[in-house]
Design a protein around this ligand. Structure first.
Ligand code: PRX
Length: 664
């Protein structure tokens, strides 16, 4: 490691050559012999052999893998790659809803639970594959009755209720790409997305239960529709029975419409590359990007990763806590699990209603075997306290998953010890809306785990950490995380903006896909995500990933959560500012600030010691739980804590006012 150099002018962190990586995690957890024996990939030898073969001859690997799907017509060519545009399984015809439903109806899976849903007030609905199939056919016929044809976009604006999954599959059945908009988004955000994709129809509900009350959802649609001239019909699910205004000729109750149509809806086969859905990512700046995924490649990615990385077994109850409004809710609540004939548990509400033990209650009650959640949730559980777990039997769990952000090693350890009772492998999955499915993640029966690392790439994925010229950086040096060849579930374009697609993902590093993350690889080839490249700090010539500094702070026993940003500094380029949330019951103090600074100095080195620590009750997060460092940067840099940036994707606006006053 070089000695820190004083710099007199601020340097753009994102354009400097490398990222220094200083946090060294030494703990390793090997899969138990019993888990390895029972899993599909039971040794590193097997993983390495298959991974090598998949890269040596990708067409052979993906072609063979695609035989696991049910095709209406076989493909002629596995991949046609005209950079940066890919087509997969060219010439083939397929229907995603057939793969998730119909193909399971001819055998014993027919009467198996496909979905188990629990509403926030506590009611439970179970739909077998047969029943789900019927509901999907009914909704598909209602869509047809309202003039929806293959290729027409359908916006789905629903809470976490079974109809959200039914709507996605009904769209897939008739070849109408769905665009699910998170039901917590405002009327304005909905309007922008509806107009961008040009939808003629919206599926929504009167409301949904959240934090103990019935939230209005339909009223946002009414407001959005004042500015969406193309929308002709709105189908409304009755969930809360609250009062809503129904506009005659435009708004229809779904339960009335399904009475008027047949429950038979033969699935049409579509080209492999037929658009399956558009999902908008909000990003930190600019207009949301409509990420377009197509049918066969996406489905194959979801199918394979669910099968191998979650090691899904026929008897498993699988619980993913993500909302259907995010990619995780598409790939790992719906498509991946159902295509494998699995049982997916859906929960409508928040994790702390009526008490902070709701997830543990759900796991105990439904005997969940696989639990997939996000680091932001794990850090909340830690903050709420271990006592909430104690009364519940979590012994049904056999595998835990993590997604959405780098998981701090201490949060990993807590998840492992307290939730998994030291028995369950943690599958930390690195991927993105754009990648469609998991890209870097451990095989639970094979890969030795290192807390905080997403470990190694999935089959067929050629991931690397490179400098700005595309050359791989040395071991343990940070750089840009890229994928060097196409893969079936990759996004195909940004809807309506191919030039932005090319520029955003394929122009930064020649010939490679780059979507903004920094990473390093250790001596075993493991990937450690150090955060978004845009957030990298440049302190006295050292480029530090935010996640490493945050992990060091979170490893202090009093801390629940931390977010680190840079503030322009005359001398060092950037000064390190840490926003810190403490565990319940711990008090703010000057002594604790000093202790935290000393702790970071010990864990990482003096260079990373925060110049400024601010205690806060909450951090600003997006609706999907990602810390909004962009806003924190503004708070840190502006003398009076003023914020001018876009706050539309912020979950709780009240946090900003608190942050501006946060103790420093
Ligand atoms: O920065 C990475 C982070 O989340 C980004 C993708 O966000 P989104 O498209 O909303 O999809 C979230 C669900 C896949 C990535 O660029 N990220 C996601 N998973 C991880 C992660 N960072 C580190 N480790 C992960 N496991």
């Amino acid at each position: 490691m070089s000695t820190p150099q004083a710099s007199t002018k601020p340097v753009s962190a994102a354009s400097a050559p490398n990222i220094d990586s200083m946090l060294k995690e030494k703990r390793i957890f090997k899969p138990s012999a019993a888990f390895a024996k029972a899993s599909r990939i039971g040794s590193m030898k097997k993983y390495k052999k298959l991974h090598r073969a998949s890269l040596k001859n990708p067409d052979k690997f993906w072609g063979k893998a695609a035989e696991e799907l049910t095709w209406a017509k076989p493909w002629k060519k596995v991949c046609v790659w005209k950079p940066p545009f890919a087509e997969w399984f060219v010439g083939g015809k397929i229907n995603a809803s057939v793969n998730c439903l119909d193909r399971h109806l001819t055998g014993p899976l027919r009467n198996k639970a496909a979905l188990i849903w629990e509403g926030e007030p506590g009611e439970v609905v179970t739909l077998t594959y047969q029943q789900l199939h019927r509901e999907v056919c009914l909704m598909a016929n209602v869509l047809k009755k309202h003039g929806v044809e293959a290729g027409d976009r359908v916006v789905v604006y629903l809470p976490m209720i079974p109809e959200a999954v039914i709507a996605m599959l009904a769209c897939a059945r008739i070849g109408a790409p769905h665009s699910v908009v998170f039901s917590g988004y405002s009327a304005e955000a909905l309007k922008e997305r509806v107009n961008d994709c040009g939808a003629k129809i919206i599926i929504t509900s009167d409301g949904g239960f959240r934090r103990g009350s019935a939230l209005g959802i339909k009223r946002n649609v009414d407001e959005a529709l004042l500015g969406t001239p193309k929308v002709k019909s709105v189908l409304v699910v009755q969930r809360t029975k609250q009062e809503v205004i129904m506009h005659p000729g435009r708004d229809f109750w779904l339960h009335e419409e399904t009475q008027l149509v047949s429950s038979k809806c033969p699935a049409q086969p579509f080209d492999s590359e037929h658009p399956l859905f558009i999902l908008y990512t909000s990003g930190s700046t600019g207009k949301p990007k409509g990420i377009l995924h197509t049918t066969a490649g996406y489905l194959l990615g979801c199918h394979l990763t669910t099968k191998y990385l979650f090691d899904l077994k026929p008897e498993d109850v699988y619980f993913c806590t993500a909302d259907v409004g995010w990619i995780t809710g598409h790939s790992y609540v719906a498509y991946g699990v159902l295509s494998n004939g699995g049982t997916s548990l859906l929960y409508e509400g928040v994790p702390n209603h009526p008490e902070p033990d709701r997830f543990w209650r759900l796991i105990d009650k439904h005997k969940v075997n696989i639990f997939y959640t996000a680091p932001t949730a794990i850090r909340s559980f830690i903050k709420w306290g271990d006592e909430w777990l104690a009364p519940h039997d979590l012994s049904s769990l056999r595998l835990l998953g993590s997604v959405g952000e780098p998981i701090n090693p201490e949060a990993w350890m807590w998840y492992h010890d307290k939730v998994g009772n030291k028995r369950c492998p943690i599958v930390d999955t690195w991927w993105q809306t754009e990648t469609g499915c998991h890209m870097i993640a451990p095989f639970p029966g094979a890969t030795p785990l290192k807390p905080g690392s997403a470990t190694l790439p999935f089959f067929g994925i050629d991931a690397a950490v490179v400098d700005d010229d595309g050359n791989e950086v040395p071991v343990n040096q940070g750089g840009k995380l890229v994928i060097r060849r196409p893969w079936p579930s990759m996004l195909r374009t940004i809807y309506g903006d191919a030039a932005r697609y090319r520029k955003t993902y394929w122009s930064e590093i020649k010939g490679c896909y780059f979507a903004g993350d920094g990473a390093r690889r250790d001596k075993d080839g493991y990937f450690w995500i150090v955060g978004r490249i845009d957030d990298v700090l440049n302190v006295a010539g050292h480029r530090l990933g935010t996640s490493e500094v945050e992990s060091a702070i979170v490893s202090h026993p009093d801390v629940a959560e931390a977010a680190v940003v840079g503030r322009p500094d005359e001398l060092k380029g950037q000064a390190v500012v840490a926003f810190v949330t403490l565990k319940n019951g711990v008090l703010h103090s000057k002594a604790l600030k000093d202790a935290l600074r000393a702790h970071v100095g010990k864990e990482i080195g003096p260079i990373a010691k925060p110049d400024d620590i601010r205690f806060t009750d909450m951090l600003p997060k997006t609706r999907s739980g990602k810390i909004m460092r962009r806003l924190l940067k503004e708070v840190a840099a502006s003398p009076n804590g003023e914020i001018k940036g876009d706050t539309t994707t912020l979950e709780d606006l009240g946090i900003l006012a608190k942050l501006q006053k946060s103790e420093d």
